[in-house]
Write a protein that binds this ligand. Structure first.
Ligand code: GLU
Length: 281
């Protein structure tokens, strides 16, 4: 008998910058469920590029907490900190195509020129649209990247272009480049790739077919779709889960220690009780 093999490849991509809370647990549990129902494979990627907030004990805690919840994934765990060469190659491709530019403006320059950032319904700020007057002229020759990168590099978004995707949970999504989001960072002056670039390069390299993550990242998805296209990779499907809110309607964050899986576990809450609490969503 020929067994049917599914081409579904999903991933869990926690950042080891704090303890996982109930909101993470719900998203990751759902990601695992979707992979299981599709008969596919699930990978775990340790998004460990944030050197300032990174802690080794958080890596152990996130793996331990997800296993405790009953999740499993393909071994070995993938770590972004081991993929520098892959990210650098992608940056060189963007550079060769003239799709990025160096930016020496400070965060403050950008904030002052762009005005107040737009707040969405969840009370979340996205970064302000990069002021077009700060861009070098289109087609101006780019300086070389150099060995170690000491300046920020941004992706030049195609102004006025509608970027759209069909989200299997949240429905049709669309944003206008240059209006709803602007030129975004792909590489930082401390020689670290941005989340947007690293995420796209890895999702492509890992052959991910569906990305399941929190709805706070929908805004990132528009940027990432531009990068998939620029790098010549097919984009995965997207399933963004509604964010879990606390009793005051604020999204769960690392400040909600009482709702960390660690604390719940110590208080004797069982994985079955936690999963039952997720309901149909
Ligand atoms: N590591 C990212 C985070 O924890 C999520 C990345 C993703 O799912 O694309 O916010």
């Amino acid at each position: 008998m020929v067994s049917s093999t599914s081409s579904y490849r999903g991933r869990l991509a926690p950042s080891p910058t704090g303890l996982l809370h109930l909101g993470h647990a719900r998203t990751f549990w759902l990601a695992a469920e979707r992979a299981r129902q599709a008969g596919g494979k699930l990978f775990l990627r340790n998004d460990d590029l944030d050197a300032i907030r990174f802690r080794l004990d958080f890596v152990a805690a996130m793996l331990g907490d997800l296993r405790w919840l009953g999740l499993s994934w393909e071994e070995p765990v993938v770590a972004q900190s081991e993929h520098h060469a892959l990210y650098r190659a992608a940056l060189e491709k963007l550079h060769a195509a003239g799709l990025i530019f160096p930016c020496t403006r400070s965060r403050r320059d950008v904030l002052e020129a762009a005005g107040a950032p737009h707040e969405d319904e969840a009370g979340e700020n996205d970064e302000p649209v990069y002021p077009p007057q700060f861009r070098p002229a289109a087609g101006a020759p780019l300086p070389p990247l150099g060995g170690k990168i000491t300046v920020n590099w941004r992706f030049r978004v195609p102004d006025g272009q509608v970027i759209a995707f069909a989200d299997s949970r949240m429905g049709p999504q669309a944003a206008v480049a240059g209006r709803d989001f602007g030129d975004f960072l792909v590489w930082r002056k401390d020689d670290v790739p941005s989340y947007q670039l690293a995420c796209v390069v890895d999702d492509a390299a890992m052959g991910i077919t569906e990305v399941v993550r929190g709805a706070d990242l929908i805004k990132s998805t528009f940027r990432q779709l531009l990068l998939f296209r620029a790098l010549g990779h097919p984009a995965p499907a997207f399933h963004h889960c509604p964010l879990m809110l606390d009793d005051q309607g604020r999204r769960l964050a690392k400040r909600h220690d009482a709702l960390s899986l660690r604390t719940l576990r110590e208080r004797g809450v069982t994985p079955a009780e936690i999963i039952r609490g997720f309901g149909a969503d």
